[in-house]
Each structure stands twice: as C-alpha cells, then as structure tokens.
Design a protein around this ligand. Structure first.
Ligand code: ZN
Length: 231
C-alpha cells in the first residue's frame, strides 16, 4: 500500500513538473489594435523578442491594409505560432500562420513573410483555384505592401526565358506587376475577388486585359520591362 501511494505521489509530481515546463516554453500574447487582434504563440524558448516585435508591427501595419484593398470581410482575429516542429518557412490555414523560428533566426529581416502569410488569410479561397496564382498574388502583395523588403534584400527576379507564369511566387508576382502596369491596374484585385467568389476561370484574363494569360505571357516575355520600387 505504502509503495503504491509513493508511486501515485511521484506520478502527480512528474505531471505537475511537465505542466510547468510546457507553460515556460509556450508563451501566448494577445494584442488588439482597433478591430484586429493578433494572438502570438511562441513555442521556441530562444526566439528573438526583437523579431517577435517586428512581426507584430508588420501584422498591424499590413493586415488592415490588405483587408481594405482585397477583402473587408477577412477574419479580425489571427493567430501566429512560432513552431520549432515546422520545417518549412511558413504556412497558413484557417486564420493560423505558422512560422519556422530557425528560418527567422537565419533571416531576421525577412519579416514580410508575415505580409505573404496573412494575405493567405485575406484571400480565403475556399474553391478550387490555381496554386500558382494564389502564391503569385501573395508575393505580389508582399511586393506592394511589404514593410521591410529592402533590408531583407527581397526582390522580384528578372525575367528569364526558362520561366513560366505557372512558376508561382515571385516569378508570377513580377508578371502580375507587369499586367497591372501595362494592361489593367485593378487586375490583381479582380482576380483575387473572383478566386474568393469561386467565379475564376481562365477567361477572366481576357475580360480584364483583352488577352488570354498565354498571350499576356508571350507579350511579357518579349518586353518584360516593369518599373519596380521596394520598401
Ligand atoms: Zn504562400
């Protein structure tokens, strides 16, 4: 009897020790500014408080702007998780953006990963959509609305003949800059709205620009000049 009582006691001690350890390594901070709330969950004990603050500042500067420009109905509460168990750069699903602390440690100026990730929350595409365009729009918005791209040395790549508009991310983003500059300055807003509404079809490019996306890419590849400026 005594032995088993001691066993129970030890068990309860180790459980409470484990609870304490979790509480120490996982810090949650909730910040509200105006109509938007950010829940910041840090699971990485050595995560830089400077980087954390930069990410919070970027969120409150960029997310309301993205909401105004693209989707006023977007979620007002967003969660960030600094997650050592996540080995990509960042990923977003259902109002939760997950960031790799290892990446941010190596690239501390790359805070506009926030700008890209929270655009996925604004996009809120629930219908089937071309992934290259979803990621292209997120990087287009990072280019347009980013707050630290210069310091991060983040740039849209020069056009190369080996590229395609389906390359996604920065290659597609540069093409979108060109489409907005030369064909229709509202093209990205219209594409985004259609993707969210589930009404996107490739014909939308014709409607917005008078040309198919393949024809646009052909024209772009013949003269890929765009005027770029970074913040
Ligand atoms: Zn993305």
């Amino acid at each position: 009897m005594k032995k088993s009582l001691a066993g129970i006691l030890m068990l309860s001690l180790s459980v409470s020790a484990a609870t304490t350890a979790v509480a120490q390594t996982e810090q949650t901070e909730t910040i509200t500014k105006g109509k938007y709330t950010l829940v910041f969950i840090n699971k990485a004990p050595d995560f830089s408080p400077v980087t954390k603050q930069k990410m919070i500042d970027a969120f409150f500067e960029v997310y309301p702007k993205e909401a105004r420009e693209y989707n006023k109905q977007t979620l007002t509460k967003v969660t960030f998780i600094i997650d050592q168990a996540y080995d990509g750069v960042a990923a977003t699903d259902a109002g939760v953006a997950r960031y790799n602390p290892g990446w941010l440690k190596k690239n501390p100026e790359d805070v506009d990963v926030v700008t890209h990730e929270v655009m996925h929350i604004v996009q809120d595409y629930r219908h089937e959509n071309p992934g290259w365009l979803t990621e292209g729009i997120a990087d287009y918005v990072r280019y347009e609305d980013g707050v630290n791209n210069v310091k991060a040395n983040w740039k849209l790549p020069e056009y190369k003949a080996s590229q395609s508009y389906t390359n996604a991310y920065r290659v597609t983003a540069r093409f979108l800059v060109w489409v907005c500059e030369h064909k229709n300055k509202h093209a990205v807003q219209k594409l985004d709205a259609a993707l969210r509404a589930g009404t996107y079809t490739p014909e939308l490019w014709n409607k917005l620009t008078g040309k198919s996306v393949d024809e646009l890419w052909q024209e772009y590849s013949a003269n890929p000049t765009v005027s770029l400026s970074y913040k």
